[in-house]
Design a protein around this ligand. Sequence first.
Ligand code: NAI
Length: 336
Amino acid sequence: MKIATFSTKAYDRAFLSAANAAHGGRHDIVFLESRLSKETAPLGQGATGICAFVNDVLDRRVLETLYAGGTRLIALRCAGFNNVDLVAARDLGIQVGRVPAYSPEAVAEHTAALMLSLSRNIHRAYARVREGNFSLDGLTGFNFHGRTVGIVGTGKIGVCVARIMAGLGCQILGHDPGENRDFLAAGGRYVAMDELFAQADIITLHCPLTPDTRHLIDHAAIERMKPGVMIINTGRGALVETRALIDGLKSGKIGHVGLDVYEEESDLFFENLSGQIIQDDVFARLLTFPNVLITGHQAFLTREALTAIAETTMENVAAFERTGTPAFPVTMEMLA
Ligand code: NAI
């Protein structure tokens, strides 16, 4: 099958090519660096399959262009599908597949890396030592042992985070509309959101972005937290109201912030903008705080996760060729 891959980075090319070779090299994969949009959709002409990522746009107009060019399968190389107009895909008869779980450990370990780097000021120490500054002033950290970690969303990633933090000797609180036995087995205890906010020294977000969870962390939520709280978001940017975060940092109420996602990240992340002026003043303000550590949506970026993403994508394509449906389809019911 001819597959046009949008938003290609070097690692996508390497891992998808390897997975294709492992499947007998049967597919003709075209690697395009462009993000998929109405302007770039014609590049998919002649490709039965389109492989897309989190910031590619798959609205009705794009899907219609792709369909007219012969596309019948969208193989998302991510779990989320909020960027796809599923109603339009259904109307056109385009199948949509995704990678439901590739490596919850990858995201959980990155979450822990942000927490530990912040608690021990590793990001500041790294810069100092490179400048020949070996002063320890201002680098005093804190032990995780004995601290309380609040996990919002105790699904696949939240449970992995619970296990890691339990290993460090933390008390684990969780909040989730559904209970997960694995979370309880990891030593977690379920509490109401208010209690989690009031008790946790570290709050970490692992729930999906939905209308209910949008701006879950806002001024009112921060008000209810412990002074000096650490807030970590490796979920989705809009779970946090960034201006509230900035106010909390300025007042000293928030002690540390670690982010792998940001509300307006689609204009920034995944590109090298080092020679340009950042126009987003809110993001630029966040970068000025010494107690804020930001990574550019890289929590998923491990060899293991990329291998799993590429292999599942090939499975989706193979199943579509055999049966007309991808192995891990995105269905209308998932919108509910
Ligand atoms: P999952 O579906 O296994 O778990 C999500 C959990 O959140 C579920 O237990 C669900 O009941 C819970 N939840 C839903 N609404 C909630 C609410 N209002 N309050 C508290 N909990 C709520 O998903 P998984 O695999 O653990 O991923 C979690 C999120 O992590 C994804 O939705 C995605 O946004 C993000 N993610 C980030 C990545 C990165 O590279 N930064 C990579 C992969 C996922």
